[in-house]
Design a protein around this ligand. Sequence first.
Ligand SMILES: [Zn+2]
Ligand SMILES: [Zn+2]
Ligand SMILES: [Zn+2]
Length: 227
Amino acid sequence: MTDARVLVDDEGTPRQTASRSRTVLDLVTYRTTRKLFRMWVPFWLLVGGIAVWLARGPLELVLGAVYGIAVYSLVEYLMHRFLYHWEPENRFVRFITADVGRHHMRHHREPSDYKAAINAVQTPVVILCAVLALAVLVMPQPLKAAWLISVVSGSMNYVAQELVHFGTHHMRMTSGLLNVVKRHHMLHHYRNENANFGLFWTFWDRLLGTSYEQVARRETRRRADKS
Ligand SMILES: [Zn+2]
Ligand SMILES: [Zn+2]
Ligand SMILES: [Zn+2]
């Protein structure tokens, strides 16, 4: 993408669209990225600290962390597949879905806008995770440490995903695994929006039948059946 148009944002200041590759330094100095870390790092330290303090052994923490990543990445996959590509007109529906569909489809219409690659609305997600953590603390359930660390690892997975998502669009990702992730997401944008909903845990697509290859094969078969 060599789109060098200059757009004007809400405050009237021109904003540069992607006309060059971004670097890791660019990424960590963006206001959105810094805001992301300002909100999440204290949360991780606090909740992670309580989890370590309550844990009866390292195994409880490891299993809880793995569980959190598995569940969170599946939820993200399902939301991308069934919610993000949906742009409801109804204002109430738009409100309760935090208008994510509109935000996401704007990103699809203009993937070169680097600011849209990271979700700037983080507060509801932090509040949701804080409520989850509080519920775990208040409710009389066993394995509190595992539950708490799952909220931490799940939200870390989420933040990592936001940053890697930025990378797939705006950074040179040429090393083995990163290149696989970039290719996976570029196919979602530029070849088939009904495939490749996962970001770096690409196995969800293969497992649930939405990998680019699987969808292409199905579409070819359907076309063959019709003719
Ligand atoms: Zn999408
Ligand atoms: Zn996205
Ligand atoms: Zn994208």
